[in-house]
Design a protein around this ligand. Structure first.
Ligand code: BGC
Length: 742
């Protein structure tokens, strides 16, 4: 009950702050710190526990003693620290000593929409819902830590983990990460925010050395981590696999000690990614607290026997070791793993959690094109609907290494339609294309040649014929195409933006025999759908969308839900238009230099005037929204002031619906390089058909600053700034100018 009150208080406050008001933000921060700040009230107890521990017992807490636990000290009442993967839900139980599943029959969980879907909702409240819901599931499985959220910036559309991450934009990223973490941690479980940081490709992820300038690091790659620490009070972070400026990220003094702890005041623990540790004393002294890894005798880890030997040889002080043990004990107390009175027990795979998954999925679906108003489907006189495509029945809960979930419920698109369509309508299902893989192939990126997953892209004539017949014999056709979680996966980036398995050809053939065709893409990352966009008049984008994904999709297709998702990244017309590829700086070899600098995602497209296939922030609705009366409360502001931006949104169509109003800012007079515009605020708002709502977005003048490398600080320049309100980064409706003066 206490928790419920705390959560709802948070939510009420949260509804206010989506637009980042200083005043309200302070209220939110106070609220978060009341609930989440790591307490030092047990420090005396912790110090006395440490004084009773042997060096072996202490070091036992600093490394994995099984695949997903670290050692406890039973005689002192210190339990193991129990972790679970969790980006799409709590992962099935893994054996203690290998990656094999533990064979439990009670580890079924809710499969939640992937982070890309959460980001497409542009709804921080739903991000909290996800965190809170999955936090409860973690507790029901008796876990202390969830290895989630994953908040790396999407630098290339080819990234194998794009679906696991939120977005290409640092502002949207942090606005979603903070409530997600708070939601998890409201349940006496630690979020482990990963992968800290600049881990933006899978290619050579275990070795590649990322070179990125300081301003770009601060403006693009770090803001969400900073907010995770300073606003959400994250209890733990996961160090990434790769190197940054010559040092592995799990032994990177600059990132782990200087930035994370000294600058941001992080009090939690840093856990390594699995087998991402390379040294003993250096790792610990550089700020790593726990080494986790892949199967080998756990005492052979760098922070196991080798550390005991180093301590005994005087190569590292016991004081240093105590520091890390103390941090771990603090967070164990914080989540009530020790002294666990009133610890939340949690619940798993409940109807409430499935509903949470549904709510996220329903707001994540993006309507890309609806030129002839084919959607929502008009069922009058319709006798048969053809459902075509392997993705109509493909399940996506499992797969993708750490991001798999064992679930009893995954409603596929075909099942969703069967659940929602009136009984009299016949469904003609045909597979159309098949998911088939070929031996790996060599792909050239600039000067680098690498191996990539191969696919069979030639269609099977008989299966195509079945699809064509189904299309001919139906009034409406819905093709479910895209990719899946075998094709998009951790540890490998994609070879290209091309749709695999011959799908494009299939869609063309279907459109030829029945133009009343709706194409639904199910994928986690951008694909080249230029041709499909041109040929079809109705195009929908869905995601790896959780246990209720099929029902949510059917509800959008049938108009029970008015789509309100917006793309959280830019869909390029061609790969070479994307910044990392245009600058020939992906994937590098031993080193990758982020040559595009601050111009990541739409910042590049807008600054260089390159037209994307679909822009960042894009998504249609079944209704129309008109924006008017854009105003600011003043014309000039000093650096400590809040800019209050107000405007009206009128729903002029026939459907009730939600719009995401986006606030971009330009600073054309700047003395330094700036992106053409940057997202600095947004608000998702429900407006009934025919009604108007007044929208207020509050912007802290300080947030208009850029990172000044020479000063090692943020600099707010005086002069004119243009505030733009729009429906996407490329559909700006109104602009207004303000001045910064001091
Ligand atoms: C991934 C992490 C994951 C860990 C444990 C690593 O390969 O990078 O995201 O949490 O494995 O499964």
């Amino acid at each position: 009950m206490k928790k419920a009150i705390k959560n709802s208080t948070y939510l009420i406050i949260f509804l206010f702050i989506i637009s980042c008001s200083k005043e309200v933000k302070n209220t939110k921060e106070t609220e978060i710190s009341i609930s989440n700040e790591i307490s030092i009230e047990n420090d005396t107890k912790i110090d006395s526990l440490i004084s009773l521990m042997t060096i072996e017992e202490k070091i036992g807490m600093l490394h994995g003693n099984s695949m997903f636990t670290t050692g406890g000290v039973e005689r002192l009442g210190i339990p193991e620290l129990k972790m679970a993967d969790g980006p799409l839900g709590i992962r099935e139980e893994i054996s203690r000593n290998s990656w094999a599943n533990a064979g439990w029959d009670n580890d079924f969980a809710t499969y939640y929409p992937a982070a890309g879907a959460v980001a497409a909702t542009w709804n921080p409240e739903l991000s909290y819902t996800f965190g809170n819901s999955v936090g409860q599931e973690a507790r029901a499985r008796d876990k202390d830590m969830i290895l989630s959220p994953a908040i790396n910036i999407i630098r290339t559309p080819l990234g194998g983990r794009t679906y696991e991450y939120f977005t290409e934009d640092p502002f949207l990223n942090k606005k979603l990460a903070v409530p997600f973490i708070v939601g998890i941690q409201d349940n006496d479980v630690m979020a482990c925010v990963k992968h800290f940081a600049v881990n933006n490709q899978e290619t050579n992820r275990g070795t590649v050395d990322v070179q990125v300038d300081e301003r770009t690091l601060r403006e693009i790659y770090l803001p969400a981590y900073k907010a995770a620490v300073t606003e959400a009070n994250a209890y733990s972070l996961m160090g990434a696999y790769n190197k940054f400026r010559g040092n592995y990220l799990c032994e990177n003094d600059y990132m782990l000690n200087k930035i994370l702890r000294d600058e941001w005041g992080f009090k939690g623990i840093v856990v390594s990614d699995w087998a991402a540790v390379h040294t003993t004393v250096k790792s610990l002294e550089s700020g790593l607290d726990i080494e986790m890894g892949t199967p080998k005798p756990f005492n052979e880890f760098f922070l196991a026997d080798k550390l005991i030997a180093a301590a005994k040889a005087g190569e590292i002080s016991e004081k240093e070791i105590n520091k890390h043990v103390k941090r771990i004990l603090r967070v164990l107390f914080q989540v009530k793993a020790i002294d666990g009175k009133d610890r939340i027990e949690g619940s798993i795979a409940t109807e409430t959690h499935y509903k949470d998954a549904y709510d996220i999925a329903a707001e994540s679906i993006v309507l890309l094109k609806n030129d002839k108003n084919q959607l929502p489907l008009k069922l009058e006189g319709v006798k048969a609907i053809a459902v075509i495509g392997n993705n109509a029945t493909k399940k996506n809960a499992l797969g993708g290494f750490g991001a798999g979930v064992k679930t009893k419920r995954e409603v596929t698109p075909l099942e969703g339609l069967k659940n929602r369509l009136p009984e009299g309508i016949q469904i003609n299902y045909a597979e159309g294309y098949q998911e088939k893989y070929a031996p790996k192939k060599e792909v050239k990126f600039g000067d680098v040649t690498q191996e990539r997953m191969g696919t069979v892209d030639i269609l099977d004539a008989k299966i195509v014929e079945e699809a064509i017949n189904a299309a001919k014999n139906s009034d409406i056709v819905i093709v479910f195409a895209g990719s899946n979680r075998d094709y998009e996966t951790e540890a490998s980036d994609r070879a290209s933006l091309a749709l695999p398995f011959g799908q494009e050809e299939l869609i063309e053939k279907v459109l030829e025999v029945n133009p009343n065709t709706i194409v639904v893409m199910i994928a986690g990352a951008p694909f080249d759908i230029g041709n499909i966009k041109e040929k079809s008049s109705a195009l929908v984008w869905s995601w790896f969308n959780g246990s209720e994904g099929g029902n949510a999709l059917a509800d959008v297709i049938l108009g029970n839900v008015n789509p309100s998702g917006k793309l959280p990244w830019t869909m390029p017309k061609q790969l070479s238009d994307s910044p990392a590829h245009a600058t020939n700086s992906f994937p590098g070899d031993e080193t990758v230099e982020y040559k595009e600098g601050i111009l990541v995602g739409y910042r590049w497209f807008d600054t260089k005037n390159i037209e994307p296939l679909y822009p960042f922030g894009y998504g249609l609705s079944y209704t129309n929204f008109e924006f008017s009366d854009l105003k600011t409360n003043k014309e000039s502001y000093t650096d400590n002031e809040i800019i209050e931006v107000t405007f009206n949104i009128k729903n002029t169509g026939d459907f009730d619906g939600k719009e995401v109003a986006q606030l971009y800012v330009s600073n054309p007079e700047s003395s330094v390089e700036k992106a053409a515009q940057e997202l600095k605020g947004f608000k998702k708002i429900f407006v009934k058909s025919g009604d108007s709502e007044k929208v207020t977005i509050l912007l802290n003048a300080k947030d208009l600053a850029y990172y000044n490398e020479a000063k090692k600080d943020w600099t707010l320049e005086k002069g004119a700034y243009i505030l733009k309100i729009g429906k996407s980064s490329r559909e700006i409706i109104k602009e207004i100018s303000i001045n910064i003066k001091f």
